[in-house]
Design a protein around this ligand. Structure first.
Ligand code: GAR
Length: 218
């Protein structure tokens, strides 16, 4: 049985769209039952509706406290029967209470190779630091921002001449490939939290090839 999964967004929803597309494949282990946004104007809500998915706008500015907003959010998630919740560009800090309630069921994608570059402006900071490889991470959410057991990561090179937009686009491409794979690992039960690390059952021995950047260094 596919695990019922909700997606929380705040904006354009390109990762959400990648998850919706992946979930259409026969045998995909997650079924997307709801897309909710804290911003009523989020472009992703229209995209989700176009896919025939139930959507909700839960405007955080209409609530006095974070807790009140999250109580409304959890009520919608539970009404939809969500067993897993994917944050996909959801730009609202969550309280410890919400994170505890959804422990090991709440997943986030972040545009860096965690634990490097937590927080905002990851690509500008990667460029400023001069790293030659960056990427994205999918992880279970814990109380501290952008922390928690890492489910999967994808690496991309930083190329000479990259500006923030070029690097963001390269990482975003990797995000769209990574998130559906990571959700499938969790939803199928092949990725499990053991001692605050994620153990992944591999079907076959992985074929590792190093990503060397710049390639002429290899
Ligand atoms: C993505 O790059 C995602 O990794 C990032 O916001 C973007 C949302 O784009 N998330 C964070 O920075 C969370 N800390 P999208 O709405 O097109 O998926």
């Amino acid at each position: 049985m596919a695990r019922k999964t909700a997606i929380l967004i705040s904006g354009r929803g390109s990762n959400m769209a990648a998850l919706l597309d992946a979930a259409k494949a026969p045998g995909y282990p997650a079924e997307i039952v709801l897309v909710a946004s804290n911003r009523p104007g989020a472009a992703g809500l229209g995209i989700a509706a176009g896919h025939g998915i139930s959507t909700r706008a839960i405007d955080h500015t209409a609530y006095e406290t974070r807790e009140d907003f999250e109580t409304a959010l959890t009520a919608e998630l539970e009404k939809a029967g969500a067993e897993l919740v994917c944050l996909a560009g959801f730009m609202r800090l969550l309280t410890d209470g919400f994170v505890k309630h959804w422990r090991d069921k709440l997943i986030n994608i972040h545009p860096s190779l965690l634990p490097a570059f937590k927080g905002m402006d990851t690509h500008a900071r990667a460029l400023a630091a001069g790293v030659k490889i960056t990427g994205c991470s999918v992880h279970f959410v814990r109380e501290e921002m952008d922390s928690g057991p890492i489910i999967a990561q994808a690496a991309v090179p930083v190329l000479a001449g990259d500006d923030e937009a070029a690097l963001a686009a390269r990482v975003l491409d990797a995000e769209h490939a990574l998130y559906p794979m990571a959700l499938a690992l969790v939803a199928s039960g092949r990725a499990r939290v053991v001692g605050e690390k994620v153990m992944v059952e591999e079907n076959s021995p992985p074929d590792y090839r190093p990503l060397i950047s710049p390639p002429s260094a290899g």
